[in-house]
Design a protein around this ligand. Structure first.
Ligand code: HEM
Length: 301
């Protein structure tokens, strides 16, 4: 659902009505599955499928771009991110080229869909497993509804900002989830660390899970305990919290992902009750995978 929504907003791509074999999502799936794999490019390997998935996805995006050049959006209603990018490509002073625009859309589709959907799925599971968390969330969100002047209003930005406990739940979910298994940096100069030297030019892979699940950094690190965030900074990365990375390369979609999660939680806890009926096992491949899905029985409150 999240992928379909993104593909529509970015390039007006209709995933639902595309034939199964041509679905962009499957190209991304193959790309993801072989992203961290032995680089053996022969048919049948995950690496080969990964390269093929990337090629197919880039072709779909390029075809969209060519088609849009021929038939630009007619009205504001039809306008999407691709139109904005093409406007920028055509700007004389711009450094953006059509190739960069295609890569950008590819990266956004890749970076956005699996991450947010895995986080939302895990939040559903964690909340179902922890009734006290559900109670606290329900209190927070019902208070928002009660204090509204206009009962028909949608969620407002101010209301979103007031969801302190929800943000604690989101942080705790992504801390345990470690959705992105590794963050990469390059040493620009020799770096001395604990008696070792990382030579200039070396690639460093930071593994957030090592920090997030460390007994030295978090008490009972494997426990889902949103209250551990009480009084702590909830909206920035740090040396002990890097679910969205950190520094200048901090995830550009972090706020958007958290907003999506908060809106989802708002509707879930104010309108529904659910319980897990099947699945919920998790494996890493290297992203989070639910091999048997997460089946829930859901009913209106
Ligand atoms: C729960 C959801 C998400 C998680 C856990 C997540 C996590 C991350 C992490 C760990 C990084 C690496 C940051 C670093 O190197 O310091 C990253 C980068 C990035 N993310 Fe996300 N992300 C999420 C959702 C999104 C969404 C919704 C978008 C797009 C709308 C997005 C777009 C990006 C992009 C473009 C980068 C590359 C930024 C750069 O290198 O400058 N992410 N994300």
């Amino acid at each position: 659902m999240i992928f379909d929504c993104f593909a529509k907003e970015l390039i007006d791509y209709d995933e639902i009505n595309t034939s199964p074999k041509k679905k962009l999502r499957y190209s991304f799936q193959a790309f993801m599955d072989g992203l961290i794999s032995f680089p053996l490019n022969i048919p049948g390997t995950a690496y080969h499928a990964c390269l093929k998935g990337r090629k197919n996805a880039l072709k779909v995006i390029k075809d969209k771009l060519i088609a849009r050049r021929k038939a630009p959006a007619k009205s504001e209603k039809d306008h999407d991110f691709l139109d904005d990018l093409l406007k920028e490509v055509d700007n004389e002073d711009s450094i953006l080229t059509e190739e960069i625009a295609i890569d950008m859309i590819f990266v956004l589709l890749f970076a956005s869909h699996e991450t947010t959907s895995a986080a939302v799925t895990l939040a559903v599971k964690f909340i179902a497993d922890h009734p006290k968390v559900l109670d606290e969330l329900t209190k927070e969100h019902e208070a928002i509804l009660k204090s509204r002047d206009d009962k028909n209003s949608e969620l407002t930005w101010q209301e979103y900002k007031s969801m302190t406990f929800t943000h604690m739940v989101i942080n705790e979910t992504v801390r345990l989830a470690n959705i992105v298994p590794g963050i990469f940096r390059k040493a620009l100069k020799d770096v001395e660390i604990n008696g070792y030297t990382i030579p200039a030019g070396w690639l460093v892979m930071v593994v957030p899970a090592v920090v997030h699940l460390s007994h030295g950094k978090y008490e009972d690190p494997l426990e889902f305990n949103p209250w551990r965030w009480e009084g702590k900074e909830l909206h920035a990365g740090s040396k002990t919290f890097m679910a969205f990375g950190g520094g200048v390369r901090l995830c550009v979609g972090a706020d958007f992902a958290k907003l999506q999660m908060a809106i989802f939680i708002h509707h879930m806890v104010t309108k529904y009750r659910w319980r897990v009926t099947k699945g919920g096992d998790i494996i890493r491949k290297p992203g989070l995978i639910f091999p048997n899905g997460l089946h829930i029985k859901i009913a209106q409150k």
